[in-house]
Ligand binder design. Structure first.
Ligand code: NAD
Length: 274
């Protein structure tokens, strides 16, 4: 991809969990904007390959790396492969996440642990690796290459359930609530290094994670009661917001959560006088 108008020309971007859904849309968005993209998958190599092919077929630059974000060795290897192939890192989109739903009273320790491991510990491992890399490459930068702008950007994929409680999904809501304070705390700690850290919190986005809801007409109708804007979101809606937070256009934005939710967090039950 070439052209002066490309927002991420020659920047290196890792998108975790980009074999599917929102992560896939983010990977394609950054590649279309001129970035070198690291597509990551955990277990579905075919889906990972599909994302990679979509980028390469349009003339984009990308590699595919398998890594389970909840495993420290895998995360370190993901970053090593990125640096060995592209030489640096500019943006981390820490997106990988999953649900293991169950009523609280029946929730197993395994269901709890799996979601916390992937959604929250995975976030810790990836963000720590990215921040260390940003600082390392800044140390090695030449005097003339220093700029007033951020030296590295992290965007975390949270959820409206970082503020909306969610019965039957307490592991997921706890992980996303945890991301909120994790994101703000590391943003505070990393801002003096000129690293920017922010989150996006999607509402209902049409991806495999919630197929059970949007593929059932009755459940879809119920969902619309929760969305003032009266449509389900698309992965591209989220990718564009991630792109803005990762771009220099948002250079003075630190520790913020951007809700991409068609108004889901606006207490829709009160729209008709409550
Ligand atoms: P999805 O199931 O399509 O994608 C999830 C991605 O995460 C997949 O690529 C999967 O391979 C990857 N993944 C899962 N476990 C992993 C692991 N251990 N290591 C590496 N990758 C792993 O779902 P999605 O909707 O695209 O979800 C992406 C993110 O968006 C998640 O963090 C999810 O919580 C968040 N989110 C989604 C919605 C929605 O409505 N779809 C709403 C709010 C937040």
């Amino acid at each position: 991809m070439t052209g002066p108008e490309l927002k991420f020309k020659d920047q290196v971007v890792i998108v975790t969990g980009s074999s599917s859904g929102i992560g896939k849309a983010c990977a394609i968005y950054f590649a279309n904007q001129g970035a070198h993209v690291v597509v990551n998958y955990s277990s579905n190599a075919e889906e990972g390959q599909n994302t990679l092919n979509e980028i390469l077929n349009k003339g984009g630059s990308a590699i595919l790396v398998q890594a389970d974000v909840s495993r420290e060795d895998d995360v370190l290897a993901l970053f090593r492969e990125t640096i060995s192939k592209f030489g640096r890192l500019d943006v981390l989109v820490s997106n990988a996440g999953l649900q293991k739903d169950s009523p609280f009273l029946e929730m197993s320790l395994q269901q709890w642990q799996k979601v916390i491991d992937v959604n929250l510990t995975g976030m810790f491992l990836c963000c720590r690796a990215a921040a260390r890399q940003f600082i390392e490459q800044e140390k090695n930068a030449t005097e003339t290459s220093h700029s007033e702008l951020s030296i590295g950007k992290i965007v975390m994929m949270s959820s409206v359930h970082d503020v909306i409680p969610w019965a039957g999904h307490v592991n997921y809501a706890a992980s996303k609530g945890g991301i909120m304070m994790f994101m703000k705390s590391i943003s505070q700690e990393l801002a003096p290094h000129k690293i920017r850290v922010n989150s996006v919190s999607p509402g209902a986005i049409k991806t495999p994670i919630n197929k059970e809801v949007w593929s059932d007409p009755e459940k879809y109708k119920g969902l619309m009661n929760l969305i003032p804007y009266k449509r389900i979101g698309t992965p591209q809606d989220v990718a564009k917001a991630v792109g803005w937070l990762a771009s220099d256009e948002s250079d003075y934005v630190n520790g913020e959560t951007l809700y991409i939710d068609g108004g889901m967090t606006l207490y829709p039950e009160f729209a008709d006088n409550g």
